[in-house]
Design a protein around this ligand. Sequence first.
Ligand SMILES: C[S@@+](CC[C@H](N)C(=O)[O-])C[C@H]1O[C@@H](n2cnc3c(N)ncnc32)[C@H](O)[C@@H]1O
Length: 269
Amino acid sequence: MSTANFINKISQGDCLEVMQHFESESVDMVLTSPPYDNLRTYKGYTFPFEAIAKELYRVIKKGGVVVWIVGDATINGSETGTSFKQALFFKEIGFNLHDTMIFRKKNPIPQIYRKRYNNEFEYMFIFSKGRVEKHNPLMVDCLHAGLKLNGTTYKNYSKREQKRKKMADPVKQQKIKGNIWEYVVGKNAEDQEAKKHPAPFPCQLARDHISSWSDRQDIILDPMCGSGTTCKVARELDRNFIGIDMSQEYCEIANKRVSNVQMELPLIP
Ligand SMILES: C[S@@+](CC[C@H](N)C(=O)[O-])C[C@H]1O[C@@H](n2cnc3c(N)ncnc32)[C@H](O)[C@@H]1O
């Protein structure tokens, strides 16, 4: 068995066991969201985090990226901090912590806790094996596009006022988007087919990450794919996918979702 046996399939099983069949450095990108503490009970899962993280390091290609989307439970009045512990462990085993991004929910669940602001975000840690190789950044319009700057002085945070030799170019039209991304959760039409899973992430979130950190025909792995959002979107974007989940029920949802995408021949046979 090799990585190729799992391409463009949803496999039911413990991701740790399934990934052991993969060749080293055979996956271009990972996009996943693990179970958050014991916030939800997924049917009979076990979650050996450290072993899974090490296996991800083994299977990802050099320059490849692991997007790890996670939040913390609040237990006895304190956030667990599991997300930070996991991020530090990823660093310990060799990953770069390339960026700590925020997934902000436009429609967060109202909170029952008192004396606390409503929690409306999760972390999106971007880990890379060595320097990130692929980045197709999302762009946004500059607020002051076209503005001509008078004078030759400018402020630099650390060096204070600086002088440049010639006049600066006008402010450009677009710049790279910031690292806080906002989404409506669970309400968009394209997300409805994932409703039977307790915690799917929005298709648009998967679309933004997959297009940012991979190219067409790449292999995108989601080792805890739940309702198969990563796999469905990877396929739509002409990438190959590998989906794994412990639960037979979630694998069925994932299979249904990917088969609704116009699947032509596998990109990699
Ligand atoms: C937060 S959910 C992922 C949701 C997914 N991103 C989506 O859009 O539907 C986490 C998933 O991890 C699965 N899981 C937990 N432990 C696992 C393991 N050891 N191997 C494979 N899947 C596991 C659970 O069944 C659950 O579906």
